[in-house]
Write a protein that binds this ligand. Structure first.
Ligand code: NAP
Length: 469
């Protein structure tokens, strides 16, 4: 029987329900070359990955993209299996027995470290943990941040660093109607943080944040964005970067802001350039200061600008440090992993056994797991569409998992039932969604997130209506 026909649809497993997973499912379900059925798995009972657990609560407009994902999920050829973790509840070998193709859309779940002395002192955190905590991600539900400190440092100047800074510096009253986790809102209300140092190792022409994001910091009612005019000047090495319109906007904006001085607001965001942390200094086991080295910028032959230490040091008093220097993937049992790059080795989306190695038949990758942690939510659409194009080429070439796939709809639910895995269907998620919205509405919030997996499963069990598959 021809695979991809109505009698024998192509069966695809998508692992991960963030933007790249949903864009892959969308591209598969939209095309008309082959008849396809998509099953999406997520280790959490809730879908949408970083849109739910990463996008900041004061950026609700970005979260509206879930309406697009929901339309994909309501396609009769789509099923969601939440609360099913690859490598724990189901193995790659199991998937190979039930699907013609597997797509990994697992993102980058871990963070990069700085590798400097003192990094393990109490008070030192990854931005990932802080973001997950204020967004009610179950992995970070029990994280604790000592917000009784008056001064915090955020290392790195990408958009994640900007999110962390904004949440620390914003008036918590402005967050109370959002979907911020209540435990975080309560802690932020009690916060004593008055100064947030935002530390960039290169100059304003190399900043990774977007112009709109830095402007949002400058427009906070509760905090002044303070920049030393001596740190915004552009040298000849940065001319190539300054020619880029985004970078030019960033340089012009910080130059304008630097001229405004200290301002009169109670909180300060102190944005610094050409400065690298070299040591986290502690006393009695916790952070009290950060030692910084001034950098000079040097362009190589292709015009790429690097920061080089000058041997000139300074120390700033801080009680909290958030490193926000990028994400990396974590290995999944049975799935190739490039430990150096922190992602799944691939050739434009076809999984490779090792970097530069052989293609692993019928296995694909999309999103951050494919290309590393870059781009905005929408960037993942083109990335997933490109991988799906290769998947369809492989279907046409007959290059699939094998002849012994069990394509029946019952195979996976039966396997999960047999292992007592309580998987969460999309209908179940919609029930959780409704509970969260109702609980939120009672408090004047968009939603009150359920923040523990047990809580989510208990909420589903206590419903009177039978659960659908
Ligand atoms: P990012 O944009 O890659 O920024 C990482 C930052 O860390 C850069 O400033 C980088 O500096 C710095 N860095 C790296 N290693 C360092 C070191 N050893 N010491 C000091 N600084 C170091 O990553 P991200 O902020 O994690 O964001 C990931 C992606 O998500 C980005 O594409 C971002 O735009 C996106 N995002 C978007 C939004 C939004 O649109 N609102 C929100 C969050 C995230 P160098 O440039 O010198 O390497």
């Amino acid at each position: 029987m021809k695979i991809g026909s109505s009698a024998r649809p192509l069966k695809v497993a998508v692992i991960g329900s963030g933007p790249s997973g949903f864009y892959a499912a969308e591209a598969l379900l939209k095309q008309s070359d082959v008849v396809v059925k998509v099953d999406m798995f997520d280790r959490l009972p809730t879908p949408y990955g970083l849109v739910r657990g990463g996008v900041a609560p004061d950026h609700q407009k970005i979260k509206n993209v879930t309406a697009v994902y929901e339309r994909v999920a309501l396609n009769p050829a789509f099923r969601f299996f939440g609360n099913v973790k690859l490598g724990r509840d189901i193995a790659v070998e199991d998937l190979k027995r039930c699907y013609d193709q597997i797509v990994y859309a697992v993102g980058n779940e871990s963070d990069r470290r700085l590798g400097i002395p003192g990094e393990d002192l109490a008070g030192n955190h990854s931005a990932t943990a802080f973001v997950g905590w204020y967004n009610g991600h179950p992995d970070f539900r029990d994280e604790a941040f000592d917000l009784s400190q008056e001064s915090a440092a955020v290392i790195g100047i990408g958009n994640v660093a900007i999110d962390v800074t904004r949440i620390l510096a914003r008036d918590p009253d402005e967050l109370q109607e959002t979907d911020i986790a209540s435990h975080a809102l309560d802690a932020l209300r009690a916060s004593s943080v008055k100064t947030v140092w935002l530390l960039g190792r290169r100059g304003p022409a190399q900043a990774a944040y977007s112009p709109v994001e830095i402007k949002e910091i400058g427009e906070l009612e509760s905090a002044d964005l303070v920049i030393d005019p001596g740190e915004v000047a552009i040298g000849p090495e940065s001319e190539k970067d300054y020619a880029d319109p985004q970078n030019r906007k960033n340089v012009d904006y910080v130059t304008e802001r630097a001229a405004l001085g200290e301002g009169g607001r109670a909180k300060k965001v102190r944005l610094r350039f050409c400065i690298s942390p070299v040591e986290v200094i502690g006393a009695d086991g916790r952070i009290v200061a950060l030692k910084l080295e001034r950098n000079k910028l040097v362009a190589d032959a292709s015009g790429n600008v690097k920061a080089v230490g000058t041997g000139e040091f300074e120390t700033i008093p801080v009680g909290l440090v958030f490193r926000s220097v990028g994400y990396r993937g974590i290995p999944i049992p049975g799935v190739p992993f490039d430990d150096r790059a922190g992602k799944i080795p691939n050739a434009e989306g076809r999984v490779l056994a090792a970097p530069g190695g052989e293609v692993v038949p019928a296995q694909y990758v999309v999103g951050w797991a494919k290309r590393g942690p870059s781009g905005l939510v929408g960037t993942n659409r083109a990335c997933s569409v490109a991988t799906v194009k290769l998947m369809l080429e492989d279907v046409a070439a007959g290059s699939l998992a094998g002849d012994d796939v069990d394509p029946s709809d019952e195979a996976v639910p039966a396997m999960l039932h047999g292992r007592s895995v309580r998987y969460v269907s999309f209908a179940d998620w919609k029930a959780l969604d409704e509970i969260e919205r109702q609980t939120g509405a009672a408090k004047g919030k968009i939603r009150e997130k359920l923040t523990r997996i047990e809580e989510m499963l208990a909420a589903l069990e206590s419903r009177t209506a039978p659960l659908s598959v």
